[in-house]
Design a protein around this ligand. Structure first.
Ligand code: FES
Length: 220
């Protein structure tokens, strides 16, 4: 058989040999080197996508978080509350599990002089679930602190962490007033700047890049 390299080159031929490609074999339309290079590039692209897509999902997830409450429940007339101290109220978080589905919430009126958050809630309703491992915290009026009995977690009057292992402020509930009565809506979580996020589990950080590592879960 004639040496393929000696054949005159035909630029428009489908065969690599005819086009004068060095290292090509008879009958090839693409050289093996080019085929392997293309395969390696494709595998690299697939691997990059496999890593990149979940990260992109976590990064964009907070943009689509639902932040509006679905339903409200009554916790008493507005005359029950004042801006100086919290009043403990019991609400139902899950009606399907009886007493276990109830929780204590500490409620007080918003104080424009004292409260620096921009959450636009007429009443401050603070969850008693500790943001370390979830033990029930208790409000101590004498020290204006929320105290956790489990590992010494301490929270300030506005629910921010004042000491111990908790990783973020106490969660809050949406509030509104209807016909002279205070109503609580869904729970929401906060970072250390009191910026609102959809509910997270205890021990989930929400500052900086941590918020992307702990996305919201429906059961949080
Ligand atoms: S559960 Fe509250 S400090 Fe650990």
């Amino acid at each position: 058989m004639a040496d393929p390299s000696k054949r005159p080159h035909k630029k428009d031929s489908p065969y690599a040999v005819d086009r004068g490609t060095i290292g090509a074999y008879e009958g090839e339309t693409v050289t093996r080197r080019r085929l392997f290079t293309g395969g390696a590039l494709a595998a690299g692209g697939i691997a990059t996508t496999a890593f990149g897509l979940p990260a992109l999902g976590f990064a964009l997830g907070p943009l689509f978080e639902r932040t509006e409450p679905r339903m409200f429940q009554d916790v008493g007339p507005v005359s029950d509350f004042n801006p100086q101290t919290y009043v403990a109220k019991v609400i139902t978080l899950d009606a399907t599990v009886g007493e276990a589905g109830k929780s204590t919430v500490y409620v007080r009126k918003f104080d424009p002089k004292r409260d620096r958050d921009h959450l636009h809630q007429p009443y401050i309703a603070i969850s008693n679930r500790c943001m370390h491992l979830g033990c029930p915290v208790r409000y101590v009026a004498a020290s204006e602190r929320f105290i956790c009995p489990c590992h010494g977690g301490v929270y300030a009057f506005d629910g921010k962490v004042a000491g111990g292992p908790p990783v973020r402020p106490l969660d809050r509930f949406y509030t509104r007033v209807r016909a002279g009565r205070v109503q609580l809506g869904d729970r929401f979580s906060l970072n250390s700047h009191l910026q609102r996020f959809s509910p997270r589990d205890p021990s989930n950080h929400l500052d900086g890049l941590w918020k992307y590592l702990y996305p919201a879960r429906p059961t949080a």
